[in-house]
Design a protein around this ligand. Sequence first.
Ligand SMILES: Cc1cc2nc3c(=O)[nH]c(=O)nc-3n(C[C@H](O)[C@H](O)[C@H](O)COP(=O)(O)OP(=O)(O)OC[C@H]3O[C@@H](n4cnc5c(N)ncnc54)[C@H](O)[C@@H]3O)c2cc1C
Length: 417
Amino acid sequence: MDYFDLNMNLTSEDTALREAASKFAKQVMRPVSVQLDQMTPEEAFAPESPYWDYMRQAYQLGYHKLPFPEELGGPGLNPLQIQLIMEELAWGSFGLTLSLNTSLDAAIALAGTEEHVKEFTIPYCQCTDASYVGCWAITEPDHGSDTVMPGYPSFSDPNIPAQCRARLDGDDYVINGQKAAWVSAGPLANRILLMCQIEASKGHAGSGVFVFSLDRPGVAKGKPLNKLGTRDLCQGEVYFDNVRVPKKYLIVGPEHYEKFLEAHLCITLPMVGTWATGLARAGFDEALAYARQRVQGGKLLIDHSNVQQKITDMFRKVEASRQLCRAAFVYNWSHPLNPEKRAIEYSIAAKTFATQTALEVTSDAIQILGGNGISKEYIVEKLFRDARTTLICDGSNDSLSVVCGHKVAGTYPRRSA
Ligand SMILES: Cc1cc2nc3c(=O)[nH]c(=O)nc-3n(C[C@H](O)[C@H](O)[C@H](O)COP(=O)(O)OP(=O)(O)OC[C@H]3O[C@@H](n4cnc5c(N)ncnc54)[C@H](O)[C@@H]3O)c2cc1C
């Protein structure tokens, strides 16, 4: 860990946590991630895959439960410490870091009761063999951006019908429909945080949040998706055919859904931005190391002024990305459930800026490596492919920017409500 940190207030505990994460990222995550990237999706997530060796090691070290307080079995870290560790892990691999966090939703049950905490959060925190795998399912084949734009007029348009719906039948909800191939860990998960429509008259705003175990009749899962980047992250559909879920597993109803989704995005977006910062830094490190040893025109690349300029530009972007993501992360993780204080515009700015940075920095890294940059012998082409997916993950940057624009301009529809 030789990347400098401007924060003068980091404690020795903060730096020790970060160094331990950096070592794990370098020694375990990076090599596994490279291996998985070259496999077919079926091979990558098969029971004998190195993916599961990695997951078990990560669970044993407690990296799957970073946000949880000690009383629930978590490490009791503050938001800054969580952010520091997550950036380091994502330096090792964005996809493997995301894989470790797909269960957080199903385990956090943000608005859940003590009963939900006992059934989901505590077993998750106690898990050391990676057998508890959760997923968050919101995207539908015909509704991606539609589902992640709280406050935007189309979000409450009853003429935009959902493809996954729940209706009350006695003491159970009956769920029918499907969630899209983008659900992270969908094919592997045994628990779910499901966002699906209950009141069609309110459009997507009429949805609810369910948390339940997936071993129910009528649940089916798709195959791991084959994709450009983050190939070490398993994604695939979850299908529901008359799945009965007792109503106690509805943790947020349509009346609070829109606010819940906003709170959810407030905490997940700077997390994605933080991972993208780690990914961008990985690209920067590769380019800098290469420029320090490659000779062209009779001198090291790093001694050419245009290369120095590019390196400076990359450094500036990574550093700006880190500062914005860290500030948004610490701020919004400090009071996610307080609608008066939380500030979604900063979370969106952090996610969109950092993911764009990851794309630009990894692209510049390829340029500095020249022909080697596009060769599978070097990691930068993988980092670039991984970076491309982050601009769509957790909401496309374009659609999120529309929500941010409304908020910043003061035209956010719900602000005056
Ligand atoms: C790595 C990764 C991980 C993911 N993990 C999960 C997960 O765990 N769970 C889950 O449910 N989903 C997940 N997703 C899905 C992700 O949230 C969606 O892909 C995203 O919301 C975009 O939806 P879409 O792909 O349907 O694109 P679309 O909504 O079809 O959008 C395509 C493009 O159209 C434009 N556009 C669309 N609507 C608007 C609008 N209203 N205003 C302006 N422009 C618009 C934008 O340019 C956008 O980029 C993941 C995706 C990725 C890439």
